[in-house]
Design a protein around this ligand. Structure first.
Ligand SMILES: Cc1cc2nc3c(=O)[nH]c(=O)nc-3n(C[C@H](O)[C@H](O)[C@H](O)COP(=O)(O)OP(=O)(O)OC[C@H]3O[C@@H](n4cnc5c(N)ncnc54)[C@H](O)[C@@H]3O)c2cc1C
Length: 285
């Protein structure tokens, strides 16, 4: 399909972007374009004007931040995979990026674009939830920091409001010696998750002291798994892991589609959670 006509401009500064968003004149931001351009082609979006934010230096790159990391919203998956800070402190980020799309998607797609778009099957929301990320947004009215677990509100729906720009994502330091893993049962053609689980686990001696697991692909939004709390204080015995995995989808409204019916997704959820926990526990020091 051919998109409806639109104006195009390349933003030169953050101020220009914030002014354009404040004007509420139908301007739509474009970063890598990997989600937005297909929407324009299907005419699911018909903005009057595209403002390209891909060249704004303040939005790019990964840096140290209070023993954790700060990731600019315009940082591509490729840049995330190549970051030494993330490789050392948050290996989960590189692990998930390797599962996303293909070379072109990873070279152009940005973390901010993925997070703002909030596709229900996208990989990054579950990862940001288990890492306890803070999502920083800015408008001419001021700045806000939103916890990842509150940011994703539904299919293609987030806490961002019309005049806000997602500027960066803060990853606080993970618990000492934590191990993490991402297990995705992906749809073969796109790589999008049918069901995927992100897990992070820490142990004090042999006892589990911290655990977070989140799921994507099941329903219209990424979910934090409540049943994993039962692991804290245990030595992660196989029967406890089995129970936690079996209960992982409790309370989640699972949706079926052409790729997998709801019952199959329910089954995959238990498998993905168990495998992600096993791998994270094996990596925990
Ligand atoms: C073939 C293909 C395969 C894919 N496979 C996967 C996969 O396996 N897993 C997965 O998770 N994803 C997958 N994706 C999706 C991909 O991750 C996203 O399309 C991409 O990361 C979006 O980033 P972008 O920079 O291209 O966003 P854009 O398309 O430029 O923008 C997306 C939306 O976010 C808004 N936006 C962008 N940046 C900001 C910002 N800083 N502040 C506020 N709003 C902003 C835009 O206005 C737009 O509404 C795939 C995409 C394609 C095309």
């Amino acid at each position: 399909m051919i998109p409806a006509s639109f104006e195009y401009a390349r933003a030169g500064s953050l101020r220009e972007v914030l002014n354009a968003l404040a004007a509420k004149d139908g301007t739509k931001l474009v970063a890598g374009g990997h989600s937005l351009i297909p929407m324009l082609k299907f005419r699911l979006a018909q903005p009057a004007r595209l403002l390209d934010i891909a060249h704004i230096a303040e939005l790019r790159g990964v840096s140290e931040y209070r023993r954790g990391a700060r990731i600019g919203a315009g940082t591509t998956y490729r840049e995330l995979m190549e970051s030494d800070i993330l490789r050392e402190r948050f290996p989960l980020i590189g692990e998930v990026c390797r599962t996303i799309g293909d070379l072109q998607v990873r070279n152009r797609g940005t973390i901010g674009g993925a997070v703002a778009h909030a596709d229900p099957a996208s990989d990054m929301p579950a990862v940001l939830i288990v890492l306890d990320a803070l999502i920083n947004v800015r408008s001419k009215r001021g700045k806000r920091a939103i916890e990842a677990r509150d940011f994703f509100q539904g299919a293609f729906t987030t806490a961002l409001v019309e005049d806000e720009l997602l500027t960066d994502i803060i990853l606080p330091p993970s618990p000492r010696g934590a191990g993490s893993a991402y297990v995705s049962f992906a749809q073969a053609a796109s790589g999008y998750a049918i069901v995927a689980a992100a897990a992070i686990v820490a142990r004090t001696r042999k006892t589990v002291s911290h655990v977070e697991v989140a799921l994507t692909g099941l329903g219209d939004v990424a979910h934090r798994v409540e049943s994993t709390r039962q692991l804290v204080g245990t030595k992660a015995e196989p029967e406890v892991l089995d129970k936690v995995a079996a209960e992982a989808a409790a309370g989640i409204e699972i949706q079926g589609d052409i790729h997998a019916p709801a019952e199959y997704r329910r089954h995959l959820t238990a498998v993905a959670v168990r495998r992600a926990l096993d791998a994270a526990l094996a990596r925990a020091r």
